[in-house]
Ligand binder design. Structure first.
Ligand code: URP
Ligand code: ZN
Ligand code: ZN
Length: 475
């Protein structure tokens, strides 16, 4: 007589690493959840031996853009199929992209449209942030409160981009809703008027190559907007999270706010550790368009400031800000097939698959960061910031069996290894020391170290709870 296995899956001999601890154990999985952690667990229907390897929680990429509607002729290269495939192959098991409201559109309609884009396509679990670009009385008084109750508990506010930006009064209105209804407000902090003024002057001088994107968005435009965002949040008395922080001057504003007892959280991204403004070009070559993103990458000294902030607790979240546009494409970095002036190059770079390995390799294995801090930044912190913890972002009984088993091996990164639908990676040619050997999403193998093994439609929509970080708010 054969007995039924005690578990659907057992990951044996794991060196399990969380945001606080490392412990040797077997991980028993049933119905997609971790149900037992211990030594010498009973048999599973499937077994994976992780002997000698670190096992971390699957990554939570809390800032990525997938199939976000764009003005013609632009189109994002990744939808929920290719984007979540790429994420899983890089060790990410949860994504939080953005349901973006267009001006004049109801927020509810934006969410319904975005849910339809994701439905049946995602390989890993997903939640949504909202982008509020038109805070009408209906949005503020009816739609936002109702959507927060339904599990859309975070939203992004832009201080730049003509089609997205809010003025200070509008930002105060939206922050007041976040305070009243318990949502996390994420802020893209760059001063739109300064950028517009600099852009016009650069264009008048014939300086339109991709590298001038960085000249139009110097650090002070980020510093000023970060300071203003903090002041607006202080006025409303609500926590905020500043996204994609690029360097020292913005970091200083956030440290100042913290020193004054304000709940200001922060996110940064790989591009601010591994790219500099020189990647936008040292001459007028159009190749620099590949690295056009906002804020732009800065310099080596600013990279060190970001490393310091990752280690000392300034940053809560390390996201990809994956914003995928093909380089050699009329719907991408060459709109309409042309090499255009920098102001018309779509902003954003791909990185959903490389985020985890870059930080594990160049942070943990290079001795710059503890493995616990890595887990905090890539999984636990984002899950807490957006109301998904403890289901996501940790290795614990009851948590989803979202796991990465790491392989340590040296290799040279090439775009052809990646699973996104973008024709380049900004990190082409980088030497890395590790890559996920296995990615498990709710107990299913998504990536076996050689191939994507996931299943379309495995990913489920996750309604978010109240962000854990909001419980510390003042007032
Ligand atoms: O350049 C960037 N970051 N593009 C994506 C959109 C955004 O602002 O996050
Ligand atoms: Zn942004
Ligand atoms: Zn973004």
């Amino acid at each position: 007589m054969t007995s039924t296995p005690a578990f659907d899956l057992v990951v044996r001999n794991a060196q399990a690493t969380t945001a606080s601890d490392t412990f040797d154990c077997d991980i028993g999985v049933r119905d997609g959840r971790i149900v037992q952690l211990g030594m010498k667990l009973a048999a599973g229907a499937r077994e994976i031996d992780a002997a000698g390897r670190t096992v971390t929680p699957g990554g939570v990429d809390a800032h990525c853009h997938l199939d976000q509607p764009m003005p013609a002729p632009l189109r994002m290269a990744d939808d929920f199929d290719t984007g979540t495939r790429s994420a899983a192959c890089g060790g990410t098991t949860t994504v939080i992209p953005f349901a973006a409201q267009q001006k004049g559109q109801s927020l509810r309609a934006a969410v319904e449209d975005y849910r339809a884009r994701a439905a049946g396509k995602a390989h890993i679990d997903y939640a949504f942030h909202l982008i509020v670009s038109d805070p009408t009385p209906t949005v503020l008084n009816e739609e936002l409160p109702a959507l927060i109750r339904e599990g859309f508990t975070s939203f992004k506010i832009y201080m730049t981009y003509d089609d997205m930006k809010l003025d200070d009064g509008q930002i105060l209105d939206v922050l007041a809703v976040a305070r009243e209804h318990g949502a996390m407000a994420m802020i893209h902090a760059e001063n739109a008027d300064c950028i517009g003024w600099l852009t016009r002057r650069l264009e008048a001088a014939g300086r339109t190559a991709p590298r001038f994107h960085a000249h139009a968005r110097p650090m002070l435009v980020e510093r000023e907007a970060t300071h203003r965002a903090i002041a607006l949040a202080e006025l409303v008395d609500v926590p905020i999270l500043i996204v994609h922080v690029s360097g020292r001057e913005a970091v200083e504003q956030i440290r100042w706010a913290r020193a004054h007892g304000l709940n200001v959280f922060a996110e940064t991204c790989p591009q601010y550790l591994f790219l500099t403004a020189e990647d936008l070009g040292i001459d007028d070559s159009y190749q620099g368009a590949k690295c056009v993103c906002s804020p732009p990458p800065r310099d080596k000294a600013n990279q060190q400031v970001i490393w310091d902030g990752l280690n000392d607790g300034l940053f809560t979240v390390f996201s990809s800000d994956h914003a995928p546009f093909r380089y050699d494409a009329p719907e991408g970095k060459k709109p309409g097939g042309e090499e255009v002036a920098f102001r018309h190059i779509p902003n954003g770079i791909p990185g959903i698959e490389t985020r985890m390995a870059l930080l594990w390799s160049e942070g943990v294995l290079a001795g710059r960061m503890t493995p616990h801090r890595f887990v905090e930044l890539t999984a636990t912190g984002p899950a807490k910031a957006y109301g998904l913890h403890p289901r996501k972002g940790t290795i614990a009984i009851g948590a989803d069996a979202d796991l990465v088993i790491w392989d340590e091996r040296e290799f040279v990164l090439k775009n052809e290894m990646l699973h996104h639908d973008v024709d380049y990676t900004p990190y082409e040619g980088m030497r890395l020391k590790a890559w996920p050997g296995v990615t498990l999403a709710r107990g299913e193998v998504m990536w076996d170290g050689a191939a994507f093994t996931g299943r379309t439609g495995h990913g489920r929509f996750l309604p978010c709870g109240t962000p854990t970080l909001l419980s510390g708010r003042r007032g």
